[in-house]
Design a protein. Structure first.
Lengths: 443, 286
């Protein structure tokens, strides 16, 4: 009896492990909405007659008011709402023909679910007659929304979505504002090279997730192209808390620099254990975790750790740096944006907030350049866009991966000590830097 | 390479002791009561939170908080016994399995509502000691020492005290023990309390060096099962050795192959032991 029970438990445990290992399959896209009824609706109606002096453009998007993306998505929508409010309060956009364009937002709760996103974007387009769309938060949801927006020929500005793959499907009217995943750590390689040309051995350790794997694969290729010797390239499971064996392996490999990570929990644990184990490396760059303010809770273990961020309030992009780089400056400065955001929501904006705001800002610039709200003209203006904003450089790929962001660069932050307190400084790229990088890592 | 092996060996051994006392809690309850305690993992997680809040909230040093956590664990275990287990203790094993599973779900549900699933860290840095290239983190060394202390304490308790002798008597033959006047209900409650105490203490120790959430216990519960089977379910001393074996596997396997293979090997071993030596390497209760 007992023996059978042992075996039963054994089988159950193993089955559980296997199921857990299989993980959640990425939801495949839901069937397309009834195309028949929309086939003639592909060209959106002008919002109002051309003779009218004022038009109101409807911007449609979904927000994850519930579910796992709630926090990031709320910040993103807050940023976008702030832009709409500012533009309307200033009396709208005046086009060259004298038309005044104002904006109206329609949004729904997508519950952080891809299926819901497809229903809601269909509704936004067919029922609410949205003229332009903004993506939901996250690559997964944006990928679902893009199928719908493209089907109806709507322009969608994708923010909060870093995946490269969305833009390799031949879409013509989806535009990415974030730096794509494939460029998340390439700047960290450049930074390392600028700091110490003698470092040659790099170890990559990363979370086994779609995002992190895509990031490190691209970074590895880039590092090898730059002449680095990748001495270790290994993934760890989601939820790993003990990095002891990885750290021993890194030490054994003789790596002088370590890059990788995944999300907040694993990244901060890895940094802490590397510090505790006094791993003799000179440089540590991790994904996602370092830009988070709570990374500072690690204390001295956070010191010197570098991390990529889409945007930081302290980044020094300005009309002057635009001039130096030969780009057109557009929109508010970081300081103005932060001030307005704080006044509106009583909290500091993070890069999700900035991403939401800049989606509106880019649409505004495109409408102004087009001199019209006609989608084809706005599309042409987006294709030509090459500007510097408080968020950074914005320029889209118009060739093989249409809409992919190719202007915006990640900002690299580093935790440094000022007057005994940990502060986050921007150390790369040079034009946005607020402090000189701390090097090598001191443990 | 030799250095790397030694480093991994030390890491594995230190962790193995802590895993050992987690498994001891599971296996003690099994051995004495024939109850598979499926709330074991969540009790480990509660131990983590207990130490965390006593330290971060009340400023009590984690190792003193651990003593309080042990006492709380004992009391909580006894309460769980009388509420959830006592009534079904004589029912078939499936009933107690389900009863403890319900306790598990309740703890996880309430715990998720109160603590959320945001990871916590106990900000305890006691430095480290270094021999050549090998660095031993103090928190892990102390955790291993405490674990050995707890294991020895349990052994002495079972061997030399009256309640300990009662527990052994009930293990051998509950009916006979009752006939000679051993208060079996109290003894079973005490056993469940002790098992919970061990779970809570191991959780508290793990929390001093790994981040955790209310859901973290599950991993350690799975490890406890593997260790329990290695050392023989119902054999607390075997658990300590089972823990060391598991720790060694976790330390050494990654040196030879990708780390993600470690759990695969652990569970292959688990199934093999069940098939070949179901009483464990060190002999189980039967």
């Amino acid at each position: 009896m007992r023996r059978k029970l042992y075996i039963l438990i054994g089988i159950l445990l193993v089955a559980g492990m296997v199921l857990a290992a299989c993980g959640k399959a990425t939801p495949t896209s839901a069937p397309a909405p009834k195309a028949s009824e929309s086939s003639q609706n592909n060209v959106p109606a002008k919002t109002s007659a051309p003779s009218a002096k004022e038009v109101t453009v409807t911007i449609g998007f979904t927000q994850s008011k519930t579910g796992k993306f709630n926090e990031e998505s709320t910040r993103q929508s807050d940023g976008l709402d702030l832009w709409i409010k500012q533009v309307n309060d200033q009396g709208g956009i005046k086009l060259s023909d004298g038309t005044v364009v104002k904006f109206k937002a329609v949004s729904y709760d997508d519950e952080s679910s891809g299926d819901k996103v497809q229903q809601l974007y269909t509704r936004l387009i067919t029922k609410d007659k949205a003229d332009f769309l903004i993506s939901p938060y996250s690559s997964g949801l944006t990928s679902s929304a893009a199928i719908i927006s493209e089907q109806y020929g709507k322009i969608m500005l994708a923010t909060g979505a870093a995946s490269d793959s969305i833009f390799k499907k031949g879409y013509q009217r989806v535009y990415q504002l974030y730096t794509p995943a494939s460029h998340y750590l390439t700047g960290a390689v450049d930074l390392l090279q600028s700091l110490d040309p003698n470092v040659k051995k790099v170890a990559f350790i990363y979370e086994n997730s779609k995002f992190s794997t895509a990031v490190v694969k691209a970074a590895k290729e880039y590092a090898e192209k730059k002449g680095y010797d990748v001495v270790m390239f290994e993934g760890y499971d989601k939820g790993t808390t003990d990095f002891g064996s990885f750290i021993n392996k890194i030490q054994d490999s003789g790596a002088e620099a370590v890059m990788g990570g995944g999300h907040f929990q694993d990244g901060s644990t890895l940094a802490r254990q590397i510090y505790e184990k006094k791993l003799p490396i000179k440089y540590l760059a991790l994904l996602v975790a370092p830009p988070d303010p709570s990374f500072a809770d690690l204390g001295d273990a956070a010191l010197g750790v570098v991390g990529p961020s889409q945007w930081e309030a302290t980044a020094n992009y300005s009309p002057e740096s635009a001039k130096a780089a030969g780009l057109t400056w557009f929109g508010p400065t970081s300081a103005d944006f932060v001030k307005a955001y704080k006044a509106a929501y009583n909290e500091d904006p993070d890069y999700h907030s900035a991403g939401g705001y800049v989606a509106g800002l880019v649409l505004q610039k495109a409408i102004m350049d087009a001199g019209s709200v006609d989608p084809d003209k706005v599309k042409a203006a987006l294709d030509k866009m090459d500007i510097l904003t408080f968020f950074g450089h914005i320029k889209f790929n118009t060739a093989d991966a249409h809409g992919l962001q190719i202007g915006h660069e990640m900002i690299y932050i580093q935790w440094q000590k000022k007057d005994g307190k940990l502060v986050k400084e921007v150390v790369w790229p040079k034009e946005g830097a607020t402090a000189a990088p701390l090097y090598p890592l001191k443990h | 390479m030799m250095d790397a092996l030694i480093r991994s060996l030390i890491d594995g051994l230190l962790l193995g002791f802590v895993y050992g006392i987690a498994a001891m809690g599971l296996t003690l309850i099994w051995g004495v009561m024939n109850v598979i305690n499926l709330s074991h993992g969540s009790l480990i997680a509660l131990g983590m939170f207990s130490v965390y809040y006593l330290f971060v909230g009340l400023g009590i040093h984690p190792y003193i908080a651990l003593v309080l956590t042990a006492v709380l664990g004992l009391i909580f275990g006894i309460i769980i016994y009388f509420i959830a287990v006592h009534r079904v203790i004589n029912a078939p094993e499936l009933s107690t399995l389900l009863a403890t599973y319900s306790v598990n779900m309740m703890i996880l549900g309430i715990g998720t509502a109160i603590f959320t699933t945001t990871p916590r860290n106990i900000p305890l840095d006691l430095g480290s000691i270094q021999f050549g290239d090998t660095v031993i983190t103090m928190t892990r060394l102390i955790a291993a020492i405490i674990s050995v202390g707890v294991a020895v304490g349990l052994f002495l308790f079972l061997k030399y005290t009256r309640p300990g002798r009662y527990i052994r008597a009930v293990t051998d033959n509950r009916d006979a023990a009752e006939i000679v006047g051993v208060p079996s209900a109290q003894v079973l409650a005490l056993t469940f309390g002790l098992g919970t105490l061990l779970a809570a203490v191991s959780g508290g120790l793990i929390a001093t060096f790994f981040p955790f959430t209310i859901l973290s216990g599950e991993t350690y519960e799975l490890k406890s099962f593997v260790i329990g089977v290695l050392g023989g379910l119902g054999n607390p001393v075997g658990s300590l050795f089972g823990g060391l074996i598991l720790g060694l596997i976790e330390g050494l396997v990654p040196m030879a192959m990708p780390t993600t293979w470690t759990p695969v090997l652990e569970f292959v071993l688990f199934v093999l032991i069940l098939l070949v030596a179901p009483n464990g390497l060190f002999g189980g209760e039967e």
